[in-house]
Design a protein around this ligand. Structure first.
Ligand SMILES: Cc1cc2nc3c(=O)[nH]c(=O)nc-3n(C[C@H](O)[C@H](O)[C@H](O)COP(=O)(O)OP(=O)(O)OC[C@H]3O[C@@H](n4cnc5c(N)ncnc54)[C@H](O)[C@@H]3O)c2cc1C
Ligand code: FES
Length: 276
């Protein structure tokens, strides 16, 4: 096994500005790898710049492509401020992949309902793109996608929506918090819309990602519709350091989010302390 503390270098090939609002600055970095990297939907990397720091970021691209990968990064503090100054040709140091994965084999035969808020769409993209691939699509039923953002300027991956909406047996909904001129999508917090969206409660796996308050409200909304907790999944963003279950930074009770997660079913989370 490779040394999990030894980073590999990857060059930035493309930088895409995702959001254009004044309150949120999110960019996607396409990285070119010197050696192929295998990973699975749900996993994450520790991303560092020597002398500046290191932090965890979920993969935001299809794992079926192994020579490049995308990271979608919000500017929030010391490391991400520096990352946001980087351009094409600059580099980042990567450790990983770490963590567990969305259990795509367990999801086979089910309909899927992705509900993502803002940047929460990023860690779902590896699963979304894998399941839309022709080799995988027939293993799953209908797909609903509910993409939420504070404003129209806060949606990420807008360039993917037309392609996703055109996929077979797929319905894509978008919602923003408040009405805006020219907006023809939904309005309101995503959990309030669940009762209005038709889906097969007995056949659906719901996959949620976004701020903790949104995940809890959405999980309650799906549960109120009769979706069992072991059919509702999410991925957590605890503070982390080592990424490999050694430093104790990311624990919830006895579980380490970096190795036992970051993907959990709501049934698992219901047995853990409410610290996420
Ligand atoms: C598994 C995992 C996957 C992640 N994926 C992504 C991703 O795809 N894109 C992305 O932009 N971010 C992601 N994050 C969050 C990212 O790791 C943090 O935003 C990052 O550590 C910020 O580093 P910084 O040095 O810029 O900020 P800091 O200077 O460390 O902090 C800036 C501010 O953000 C707060 N903060 C930082 N990290 C967290 C956190 N995890 N939870 C709550 N508050 C926090 C701090 O308290 C502070 O107020 C992920 C986290 C985890 C654990
Ligand atoms: S980040 Fe060190 S134990 Fe999880």
């Amino acid at each position: 096994m490779n040394n999990p503390y030894l980073p590999i270098y990857a060059k930035i090939e493309k930088v895409t500005q995702e959001t254009t609002s004044d309150t949120q600055d999110v960019k996607t970095y396409k990285l070119r790898l010197e050696e192929p990297l295998s990973y699975a939907p749900g996993q994450f990397l520790e991303v560092g710049i020597p002398g500046k720091g290191e932090a965890p970021f979920g993969f935001a691209s299809t794992p079926l492509k192994k020579d490049t990968l995308d990271l979608t990064i919000k500017r929030t503090g010391s490391l991400t401020n520096v990352i946001h100054t980087l351009r094409e040709g600059d580099g980042l140091w990567l450790r990983g992949p770490f963590g567990n994965t969305f259990p795509l084999d367990k999801f086979e035969g089910y309909d899927l309902f992705y509900a993502a808020g803002g940047l929460g769409l990023a860690p779902l993209r590896p699963m979304i793109d894998t399941i839309f691939h022709p080799d995988y699509r027939s293993k799953y039923g209908k797909i609903n996608m509910l993409l939420a953002a504070r404003t129209t300027k806060d949606f990420i991956f807008q360039y993917d929506y037309e392609k996703w909406a055109a996929m077979p047996d797929t319905t894509l909904y978008r919602t923003i918090d408040n009405k805006e001129e020219g907006w023809d999508g939904l309005v309101g917090f995503p959990h309030t819309l669940i009762p209005e969206i038709p889906f097969d409660k007995e056949k659906t796996i719901a996959v949620l990602c976004g701020p903790p308050v949104m995940i809890k409200a959405l999980s309650d909304a799906f549960a109120a519709q009769g979706v069992p907790l072991d059919h509702i999944y999410t991925t957590l963003e605890m503070r982390m350091s080592c990424g490999v279950g050694k430093c104790g930074r990311c624990n919830i009770g006895k579980r380490y989010v970096c190795v036992d997660g970051p993907v959990f079913s709501m049934e698992e989370l219901s047995t853990m302390p409410n610290e996420y």
